[in-house]
Design a protein around this ligand. Structure first.
Ligand code: NAD
Ligand code: DAU
Length: 337
């Protein structure tokens, strides 16, 4: 199996490549990543290049860069590459449109021309928009994105649908909940809470702190993607949630408890514009049809995550200070914006 993984130097992509290397060692993995601020080669620094793993620095939205990669032979595409942070999309939607929409279109076009066997678009539960206190979104819920980030992901989902319907490209869309685990960039809430608490810095909580997210351990998400890759049906959409709904304030309290820092300072700050109140998805389809389910309880996964950050302060301190970018400049000829 020849796998093209895009965005493999980011949080979930790097975890997925690690997962595949250990569970499916015969699969060949080509990792393409632009190395934006979120792409950190240190995430996979211990993987040996050559043989079954190759890395190419480049932009998925650049057709002429991507074409030779498809010409070398690709069976399955797993597209993680994207701008992924909602707050950044509120500051500037431009890179979100380019990477998340144009990037997806370029990959779909190449998948069509090179008769790819499967194309997995790693999407998000945010495309459904916000829920009130009750209910969960099924795969047939209408798309109702509220941020430029989620709008760009929804646009890519619709392009995927159109390439399946019009050209028969075997596309599958997955819609995952909020991931957490090792190698998460500490701009995201979970990693920010842990690292700020360790550094005894205030924890910024938007609005009233009562927005709710469903938290899934990244390894469980990777296992779900493996199930989709092996058994998923072309043209289908699979939600991937873990039924771990927590308000942001409850999440902060649980993490502080785990770190034994109950007195850390919680600072209520201005709310995120368009802040979605609650996300929750029904995952019955992937559970019933693909026999996937999360392996970790939230408590176990939280412990593993907190311990990983405690054991890897050099990693996140380099990321927080920005020095990781300088570190890799020599090897990769400068990093993208
Ligand atoms: P991330 O920001 O940590 O990583 C994204 C990676 O994509 C980075 O390595 C970056 O350099 C790369 N990239 C960005 N634009 C690129 C381009 N044009 N060409 C090549 N590489 C590019 O993101 P993440 O949290 O790992 O999320 C990965 C994917 O999963 C995204 O598509 C995101 O929408 C989706 N997702 C994330 C979550 C979550 O909770 N983090 C949940 C569901 C779905
Ligand atoms: O639901 C899946 C999505 O989860 C993914 O598609 C996105 O890529 C990923 O970034 C994540 O989006 P969120 O906006 O839910 O995640 P974030 O970590 O930015 O915020 C989680 C919650 O915490 C949200 O309600 C906003 C709040 N928050 C966030 C930050 C960064 C705070 O209260 N304070 C903060 O400083």
């Amino acid at each position: 199996m020849k796998l093209l993984v895009t965005g493999g130097m980011g949080f979930i992509g790097a975890n997925f490549i690690r997962y595949v290397r250990s569970k499916q060692p015969a699969w060949a993995v080509v990792n393409v990543d632009k190395l934006t601020y979120a792409g950190n080669p240190e995430n996979l620094a211990d993987l040996e290049e050559g043989g079954n793993y190759r890395f190419f620095r480049g932009d998925i939205a650049d057709y002429s860069f991507m074409e030779p990669i498809f010409q070398r032979g690709v069976d399955v595409v797993v597209n993680f590459a994207a701008e992924s942070h909602v707050d950044r999309s509120i500051q500037d939607a431009d890179p979100f449109v380019k990477s998340n929409i144009v990037g997806a279109q370029v990959l779909l076009e190449l998948a069509r021309r090179h008769a790819i066997k499967k194309f997995i678009q790693v999407s998000t539960d945010e495309v459904y928009g916000s829920l009130g206190a009750e209910g969960k979104f099924g795969e047939d819920a209408p798309l109702c994105p509220n941020s430029p980030y989620s709008a760009s992901k929804a646009a890519a989902d619709l392009l995927c649908r159109s390439f399946f319907k019009t050209y028969g490209v075997p596309v599958i869309v997955t819609r995952g909940a909020n991931n957490f685990g090792p190698y998460q960039f500490p701009e995201k809430f979970m990693a920010l809470i842990i690292t700020n608490a360790v550094e005894e810095q205030a924890i910024p909580v938007y609005g009233d702190g009562l927005n709710v997210r469903d938290w899934i351990y990244v390894e469980d998400h990777c296992r779900a993607l493996e199930a989709v890759l092996l058994k998923g049906q072309a043209g289908e959409i699979y939600n991937i949630g873990a039924d771990n709904e927590l308000s942001n304030l409850d999440l902060v309290r649980q993490i502080l408890n785990e770190l034994n820092k109950p007195d850390a300072v919680i600072k209520f700050v201005q709310d995120r514009p368009g802040h979605d109140r609650r996300y929750a998805v029904q995952s019955a389809k992937i559970k019933q049809l693909l026999r996937w389910r999360p392996v970790y309880s939230f408590r176990e996964a939280l412990k593993l995550t907190v311990n990983w950050y405690l054991a890897h302060p050099d990693w996140w301190k380099r990321v927080k200070s920005g020095s990781y970018r300088q570190y890799y400049q020599e090897w990769y000829g400068g990093l993208a914006k």
